[in-house]
Design a protein around this ligand. Structure first.
Ligand code: FAD
Ligand code: SF4
Length: 402
């Protein structure tokens, strides 16, 4: 694969449907009465309904269903693991192949944006105020639902932009920032207020509990797990989240090694190694088990393989070697307990898992405190965080109406 420029890194790879191809795909839909596809979506986006509308050329109605049901409809259309959700449930699978639901949803969100459609309207203002901690999918979803019901919502975010992993983690070739920004604008338009660079810890949470009628905490998993081996503090050793955040938001200034080793076998590791390769490094992934045992989505693994990236399996990190304080090589021990491997490197990216940040680690749901998303479920998907944010909003409304 040829090196792409830093500008191109911000552009996505796969093109979407146009009206003709979207209609063609919708015409394959069997219009099932029980819509198994809709049951397959945790956030209740209801593909059965929007594909039916599209099939009858009601593009506006279809786009409205998508937006009303899913606050992050644009992002979900790009990053959802459909193969394990709506498309897996699709009845058409038994005949030939599932309807490309994600691509249809993406087309409808693009129509919504390009035609300036607006569907959402907040109910009459209610007196209760809610604070949401974190501006990732869980909090955004909770905030939008409450704003729609007329509540006043303020979101407190530690970073300087909203979106959580959507903005700071998922690579732009899979999720362009403009898609994230458009979804967030539809939430802002409902009057949700955002306060950035506002990290909340246990003591600030006490203030929020007093100042607001309820608090939702959706702070994700922002602490990177570390390997406890010699050399882990050397210059050139970085965590996955820091690496991806810099690559995405500060591409021109990104410090990129020539020989990058990514440690891990999950989707995050795949994103890191793809990023390093796309930006021009010689990138390798090293995983302690076999790739079949890895938690990464097999489509992501295939994508990595299609880029010609070597995947070294069954070797665990043993030591990071350095010279003058900077990493120069890495030593691994084989799973068989006998073999060893030393690889030259000038940058090591650790993608071995995430945990709840120290500042929010002691926060638990309580009287007027509600929680959801990755920090509660241990790290799942965007659409599941959206679903949990919606559910939390319902619980908060029930709490007010008790
Ligand atoms: C690199 C990467 C790639 C992924 N790829 C996919 C994918 O392709 N498809 C998919 O469905 N899922 C993917 N996921 C998982 C998905 O992104 C998460 O499940 C989802 O973002 C969880 O949403 P959340 O709101 O719980 O947390 P987050 O998205 O982590 O958002 C939490 C927010 O809280 C903020 N925060 C943290 N602490 C504080 C504090 N103390 N005070 C204030 N704010 C705070 C953070 O800055 C962040 O903005 C990926 C995850 C990663 C890391
Ligand atoms: S399950 Fe598949 S075929 Fe049936 S309504 Fe949904 S998208 Fe159409």
């Amino acid at each position: 694969m040829s090196k792409i420029t830093k500008k191109e890194y911000g552009e996505e790879m796969e093109k979407g449907f146009n009206l003709r191809t979207a209609m063609e795909e919708a015409s394959r839909c069997l219009l099932c009465h029980d819509s198994p596809c809709s049951k397959g979506c945790p956030a209740g986006t209801d593909p059965g309904k929007f594909i039916r509308s599209l099939r009858f050329r009601n593009i506006k109605g279809a786009a409205e269903t998508v937006r009303e049901n899913n606050p992050l409809a644009g992002c979900c259309a790009q990053v959802c693991p459909y193969g394990k959700m709506c498309e897996q449930a699709c009845s058409r699978t038994g005949i030939d192949k599932p309807i490309e639901i994600g691509k249809i949803q993406r087309f409808l969100v693009e129509e919504e944006k390009n035609q300036g459609m607006e569907f959402l309207k907040a109910a009459e203002p209610k007196k209760e105020k809610i604070a949401c901690v974190g501006a990732g999918p869980a909090s955004l979803s909770c905030a939008r639902q409450l704003a729609l019901e007329g509540y006043s919502v303020t979101v407190y975010e530690a970073q300087d932009k909203a979106g959580g992993v959507l903005t700071y983690g998922i690579i732009p070739t899979r999720l362009p920032q403009e898609v994230v920004d458009f979804d967030i604008q539809t939430i802002e338009k409902l009057g949700v207020e955002f306060k950035f660079n506002e990290p909340i810890d246990a003591s600030k949470l006490e203030e929020l509990k007093n100042d607001y009628d309820a608090v939702f905490v959706g702070a994700g998993l922002w602490k990177s797990k570390m390997v406890d081996i010699p050399g882990k503090d050397l210059e050139g050793v970085v965590t996955a989240i820091d690496f991806l955040r810099e690559a995405k938001t500060n591409t021109d200034q990104l410090v990129l090694g020539e020989n990058v080793i990514v440690i891990g076998g999950g989707d995050v590791a795949m994103d890191c190694v793809t990023t390093a390769k796309q930006l021009g490094a010689k990138a390798t992934i090293v995983y302690r088990r076999t790739i079949e045992e890895a938690p990464a989505d097999m489509d992501e693994v295939s994508f990595v393989q299609s880029m010609g990236i070597p995947i070294v399996q069954e070797f665990a990190p043993a030591e990071i070697v350095g010279e003058n304080g900077h990493v120069t090589a890495m030593r691994f021990e084989g799973r068989d307990g006998e073999s060893g491997l030393t690889m030259k490197t000038d940058q090591v990216v650790l993608a071995i898992g995430q945990a709840v940040g120290d500042d929010v680690a002691d926060i638990a749901a309580g009287e007027n405190v509600f929680t959801g998303g990755d920090m509660v479920n241990g790290g799942k998907t965007v659409v599941e965080a959206v679903a949990e944010g919606k559910e939390a909003a319902e619980k908060i409304a029930d709490y007010f109406n008790k």
